[in-house]
Design a protein around this ligand. Structure first.
Ligand SMILES: [Zn+2]
Length: 451
């Protein structure tokens, strides 16, 4: 007897049943260390609104994968029900489907009786309670409000931040989430909601994981191999969200705006002001706050030499360590039992139309701009005596126009210390990162010249 329900198949526990299923998504699980395929995942959906995962091992791949296409419907006979993954589940089920030599897969006519999509949606306000829980990946649905610039790490990984809102009551609540789409397999990352002309740009992201850090009340989502983003699909909850977003902004007298492109996406982005260097130098920290973050667009004019371009740190806590009597001791770890490694600390003079100041780029931000891991430079420099020279890849920062998000604290002001820590950086002149605003500005300049 053929069945149309995954649940029935699970209860029967025999290898000889037949079931009609639609393939939802197909994706490969990748070993991040050596970029090899661990196995292939296939999500199947049934007529009852259920879904289940099938794991295709590498030795079955050439036989089975050519027979399966996303969104197509199949009659599948003779399969096994086996334990599913216990963590990072994309489908919240204890069991999974397994194919074996007796399995037959036959494409069936699609009469649309099986839904096209199935997600286990989490509302945004619930996501913060899921931080650090690794059992299930998270599905969310929301509208893209801002898109960051594509960041490229020196290991080739591309990263893009996107802010989402599921704000159903615009005036009363503001639930928004930050999602990071990371591409460990070095294919290009793309998140766009279609053309900027579109008034409502809605997205649906699925299968994110919240990493184990929670900043204040906000949690952010990180992509995994299993992450796939769907835009404007025919999916009832998405249509409902579109309608409620459109209605609530309409009743506010505003219309929905297309997503904006910004340098750095954060859910508290409104707190970070774009200012000139002159304003940085004259900044006063509001009482009750111990620091101010701001955004400055400036050109690097010089790499300062004083304290070198790197520091020695404790391999355990990454804090700076200094040798005493030839031995390194870490005050933070209260120990000598660690290896000393090096991290970037690049002090750069930056300049805009209003003035000049200095900023410090620590490891992550420095590496992002330099584009080379520090260990590679150290190896290439060879002799330790060369370490007091500024290596070419670091000197090459001179001339770069960047957006710097910097931190101004009381120490900067009370000690007259003009060495602001860069908390985020993005290169403005990098190819493919031109924002629509830059285009607008360029056109405006052209127009001004013509007039
Ligand atoms: Zn330490």
């Amino acid at each position: 007897m053929p069945t149309n329900a995954i649940l029935t198949a699970l209860q029967r526990k025999t290898d000889t049943q037949r079931i009609q299923l639609r393939v939802g998504r197909i994706w490969e699980a990748i070993n991040r260390n050596n970029k090899t395929v661990l196995h292939t995942n296939v999500e199947f959906m049934d007529q009852q609104g259920g879904h289940i995962l099938a794991i295709i091992r590498n030795n079955q791949r050439t036989l089975i994968m050519p027979q399966l296409k996303e969104q197509s419907v199949y009659d599948i006979s003779n399969f096994k029900i086996v334990p599913g993954p216990s963590t990072y589940r994309s489908v919240d089920m204890d069991m999974a489907i397994n194919f074996f030599y007796k399995t037959t897969i036959q494409e069936a006519e699609d009469n649309n009786s099986i839904p096209h999509y199935k997600f286990e949606l989490q509302p945004f306000h619930r996501v913060k309670d899921l931080v650090g829980r690794v059992k299930n990946l998270i599905d969310v649905i929301g509208m893209v409000t801002t898109i960051g610039r594509l960041e490229k790490r020196s290991n080739g990984v591309e990263k893009l931040d996107v802010a989402l809102t599921d704000d159903r009551l615009v005036a009363a609540f503001n639930y928004s989430l930050l999602a990071t789409v990371c591409n460990p397999n070095q294919k290009s990352v793309s998140v766009s909601g279609g053309s900027r002309q579109q008034r409502t740009i809605t997205t649906l992201c699925s299968h994110y994981w919240t990493p184990g850090k929670k900043i204040l009340d906000k949690a952010s989502l990180s992509s995994t191999d299993a992450t796939k983003t769907f835009f404007n699909i025919e999916y009832e909850p998405l249509n409902d969200l579109k309608k409620s977003l459109s209605d609530s902004s309409g009743s506010n007298g505003a219309r929905l705006l297309p997503p904006a492109t910004v340098h750095f996406v954060a859910t508290d982005e409104k707190d970070v002001q774009q200012i000139h260097i002159k304003d940085v130098l004259e900044m006063k920290i509001p009482s009750g706050k111990d620091q101010v973050r701001c955004l400055c667009t400036a050109t690097i004019t010089e790499i300062l030499y004083g304290n070198g371009w790197l520091y020695n740190c404790c391999s355990i806590c990454a804090r700076a360590v200094h040798p005493t009597e030839g031995k390194y001791y870490c005050n933070a770890c209260n120990d000598t039992n660690f290896t000393v490694s090096q991290r970037y600390r690049v002090v750069a003079r930056i300049k805009d139309d209003t003035g000049t100041t200095t900023v410090t780029l620590f490891n992550k931000e420095a590496e992002q701009l330099i584009g080379v891991p520090i260990q590679k430079i150290i190896t290439e420099m060879g002799e330790p005596s060369h370490m007091d020279k500024i290596p070419a890849p670091v000197a090459n920062l001179i001339g770069k126009l960047c957006a710097f998000q910097i931190k101004i604290n009381n120490y900067n002001i009370t000690h007259g210390c003009e060495e602001y820590t860069v908390t985020r950086v993005s290169e403005c002149s990098a190819a493919g990162t031109k924002s629509p605003n830059t285009v607008d500005a360029a056109q405006k300049n052209k127009k001004n010249r013509l007039e």
